[in-house]
Design a protein around this ligand. Structure first.
Ligand code: MEV
Length: 319
């Protein structure tokens, strides 16, 4: 049996992180320059049910049995076994590699889950449809942080720009794949500070519980910005997006999820000629994004590196 391989991209949230957890819309796009990959190979020399996992990037080599049941990789695998209703599991090795930085707001957890779910279900002869891939990956996301909106697994599964609204039950939300009338360029800058999404999502929840109305207003204002941004993207009015990013960043600062490093990179991007800039994802560390002219993207990337970014990616947003 030939080895089966599947991959999934990273992602950035263009507008609306955190507020999306509370029912506001958000816009996210895939980032194809970084990917997670899973390769499943048969091991006919081993007994049925023998499953071995190799994830060299995180120094993991283990049998499935030995992993705790709440390990994200093991949950993705057992989710596929359940969904495919397979009774006799062939012996296999699952190898996972990824170029998506961990705890950086680029969706590495969801991308690893999607790659595993796709490769394994195909290996078992029952490739799952996108909708089910996304739902299974969402179940794993719940481990990474208790109350995920579901936007990461959605954009990473469909690999298209999405306008996303969480359903009240929190299960697979409502997805609109909207039209990007005119492609535009996003520069991603890594602050180099790892920041697990679970922590910032938890902190925003505590602050919302304590200061209810203030946070409700911040979320509602964010939602209004997201809707304006969607209109601008659909109309090809790219000039309008920069100031909207800046406004979204101000709200994220007020939510308490920016950091000195992110603020510094956001300022550096604007000074170097970006139309607008903000943090992206959970915040406090991880990545920021800037809307930049295509022609000067590399120059602005150099300015970010000089300002302390540990890595940059230039990506084009299009349909
Ligand atoms: C994480 O990429 C985005 C957050 O809004 C969390 C979520 O939507 O689950 C911070």
């Amino acid at each position: 049996m030939p080895a089966i391989s599947a991959s999934a991209p990273g992602k950035v949230i263009l507008f609306g992180e955190h507020a999306v957890v509370y029912g506001q819309p958000a816009i996210a796009v895939p980032v194809n320059q970084v990917r997670a990959r899973a390769i499943v190979s048969a091991r006919p020399d081993r007994p049925r049910g023998w499953v071995s996992l190799q994830a060299p990037d995180i120094g993991l080599e283990s049998s499935l049995e030995e992993l705790p049941a709440d390990n994200p990789l093991s949950l993705a695998i057992s989710g596929v076994f359940k969904a495919t209703n397979i009774s006799r599991i062939p012996a296999m090795v699952i190898r996972i590699t990824s170029t998506i930085p961990i705890a950086a707001g680029l969706g590495s957890g969801a991308a690893v889950s999607v790659a595993i779910i796709r490769a394994l279900s195909e290996f078992l002869g029952q490739p799952l449809p996108d909708e089910q891939v996304s739902i299974l990956a969402y179940e794993v996301e719940k481990l990474h942080h208790g109350t995920p909106s579901g936007i990461d697994n959605t954009v990473i599964t469909y690999e298209k720009p999405v306008y996303y609204v969480r359903t009240p039950e929190g299960e697979a939300g409502q997805v609109d794949r909207f039209n990007v009338a005119k492609p535009f360029t996003i520069l991603i800058g890594d602050s180099g500070v790892p920041s697990p999404t679970a922590v910032t999502v938890g902190d925003v929840r505590s602050a919302w519980q304590e200061k209810g109305i203030l946070y409700e207003r911040l979320f509602a204002s964010t939602g209004a910005i997201v809707n304006q941004a969607r209109g601008a993207i659909e109309n090809g009015d790219i000039a309008a997006l920069g100031p909207l990013m800046d406004e979204n960043q101000d709200l994220l600062v007020k939510m308490g999820v920016s950091s000195a490093e992110l603020d510094h990179l956001v300022r550096a991007a604007r000074q170097a000629g970006a139309y607008g800039a903000k943090l992206s994802g959970g915040g406090r560390g991880g990545n920021m994004i800037a809307l930049v002219p295509r022609e000067t993207a590399e120059q602005i990337a150099d300015a970010l590196i000089s300002a302390g970014a540990t890595n940059t990616i230039v990506t084009e947003v299009k349909n």
